[in-house]
Design a protein around this ligand. Structure first.
Ligand SMILES: NC(=O)c1ccc[n+]([C@@H]2O[C@H](COP(=O)([O-])OP(=O)(O)OC[C@H]3O[C@@H](n4cnc5c(N)ncnc54)[C@H](O)[C@@H]3O)[C@@H](O)[C@H]2O)c1
Length: 245
């Protein structure tokens, strides 16, 4: 199985489309589970089925990182995990700070799934006096004035913003001034950052709208397009006639 490393890997990583990067992260999650179960090799069909993408797309995605598999054997799980981790920059842990410890911040801080994926939450910040020093998920909440000191001491590389929208830009500026170069923003605002800083925005409402679009489009193309979803599930058209499939 051809592999690439060093500069070659970094050059290739720069050329990978954003959507493929997101799928590589999904393959990594699936492959890590397989590795835990002692699976040594996996076919592209098995991996694509488990990841929920078609196998042609999977092979194309893996070709971006120079992994083509072996006919009749497939991909070596251990090797593929290592390659994807290196392309995604996961060879060292990324320490995460969450700012805004309200409903969302509490959920993120208490979620136990991040450390195992290489993203331990190590710092929490808020402005609410009642929260200062209170442990959430085992980590005491600090005031945002302490962002520079705490982020430096805990080597924070990723800042998660879970504040109300009006506070998000100022919080982002503080994180950037503290040397944090990756921001995951949950607040529904567009953040201004220097070119050296990467921002990803999470908006569940947008995801729901995309789902809604797909459902609506599928319904438009269905033979019983005028039926309600319940009628389609039951096989009944609006006029009470049973639809045959
Ligand atoms: N992206 C999504 O899908 C999604 C989903 C839910 C919520 N949100 C967004 O996440 C944010 C948080 O939502 P929530 O329900 O947890 O709100 P919340 O009101 O429960 O919590 C907000 C927290 O931020 C703190 N805060 C306020 N100003 C601050 C500042 N300047 N610095 C640091 N902390 C500050 C508050 O004290 C509070 O603890 C909102 O912007 C909301 O719109 C996004």
């Amino acid at each position: 199985m051809p592999t690439i490393n060093g500069n070659g890997l970094r050059d290739r990583a720069r050329a990978i489309p954003e959507a493929a990067v997101a799928r590589l992260a999904v393959y990594l999650r699936v492959l890590s589970g397989m590795r835990e179960q002692g699976v040594a090799s996996v076919s592209s069909e098995e991996l694509s089925g488990a990841a929920g993408v078609n196998s042609a797309k999977l092979r194309k995605d893996l070709s971006y990182i120079g992994s083509y598999g072996t006919r009749g054997v497939g991909y070596e799980v251990e090797v593929l995990v290592d390659q994807i981790e290196r392309v995604l920059g996961l060879t060292r842990e990324q320490s995460v700070a969450v700012v805004g410890i309200g409903n969302l911040g509490h959920a993120l801080a208490n979620y136990g799934g991040f450390p195992g994926r290489g993203f331990p939450v190590t710092a929490l910040f808020d402005v609410d006096p009642d929260l200062m020093g209170v442990p959430v998920g085992g980590i005491p909440v600090d005031h945002i004035d302490d962002i520079p000191k705490v982020c430096a001491a805990r080597e924070v590389t990723i800042g998660v913003i879970a504040t109300p929208p009006p506070a998000a830009q100022a919080v982002c500026d503080r994180l950037v001034q503290a040397g944090v170069e990756c921001i995951l923003n949950f607040a529904p605002v567009v953040l201004q950052v220097p070119e050296t800083v990467e921002v990803r925005k999470v908006d569940l409402a947008v995801e729901l709208q995309i789902l809604s679009f797909h459902v609506a489009r599928r319904a438009d193309h269905a033979p019983d397009a005028d039926a309600t979803p319940a009628q389609r599930v039951n096989g009944n058209a609006p006029n009470g006639v049973v639809v045959r499939r």
